[in-house]
Design a protein around this ligand. Sequence first.
Ligand code: BDR
Ligand code: CA
Length: 313
Amino acid sequence: MIKRPIIIDTDPGVDDTIRIMLANSHPELDIRAITPVTGNVQYALTSRNALFLREYLGIDCKVADGSNTPLFIENKDAGDIHGTGGMGGYAVPVPKRDFDGYAWDIIKDEAEKANGELEIITLGPLTNIAVTLLRYPEIKPLIKRIVCMAGSATIGNMNPYAEFNVWIDPEAADIVFTSGIPVVMCGLDGNDYAGITIPDLLHYIEKAKGTSVEDLFTHIFTHWVHRREAAHAEDKIQVINDAITMAYFITSDMGKTEKYNVRVETKGELTAGWTIVDRYNRNKQEPNIEVLTWSDRELFKKMLDDMLDYYRK
Ligand code: BDR
Ligand code: CA
């Protein structure tokens, strides 16, 4: 089997955790490294959770020491959504193994080793990738593509326009989007199509029984059931953004994309973090980003089922 060398850049985070579980259940993916970044919760927790997930899932890969703050602005987080410790309150044991180096150095080394085949999937703010590109611009041609859970072509979740991962570090996102490396932006609106219902969540909790990931998986899915039950009627659907992006990364059958010029509003007083998707090319700029415009709910649900079958073996 020809394996795809990949790096997972992430801020775990509950949906990041499910995405790493999903990646690990696909033997065709050669996870070279997990590079944590500050985001959903403060860096001390995202990095500890990344170290823990390597051990919990038995992944043979490096875990890097990444960015503990955005490039130029103060740090924020979304701890209220991800629960205590960023894992929905799961009691994360102290990891035994430490970091294997800094994120930017490991990304550079892996890009050189993979000889043009390295793919990066980002599930958090783009700070680590921006630092890498600023520090080692010569590796840009060695990165095959970057698939990002980032942005939105319509509405945001942090202000009317901005999505969380871009809002945390807009300058970093703009550096990556304008780098010339092929980038796919799996934003909130594209992912929304693959949102799942409370009965779906309950189905997976039932199915996880007896698998090797039962305790952590059940903990996270139960956290979502409680959040969705408490939500307003129009907000009962759980969109597992990071896992949907991972599913698209695994197979492009998961969605449809259109190529547009996308820039990030870095300074706007009311709109910082807005991903400006120029659908009608009003700015007369070259399209630079593949934007996810639709995702396949049924295929996503099947991939979650298949993942749990994998962890039953
Ligand atoms: C993104 O923000 C985080 O809360 C999630 O992990 C996801 O990466 C969605 O806006
Ligand atoms: Ca995330």
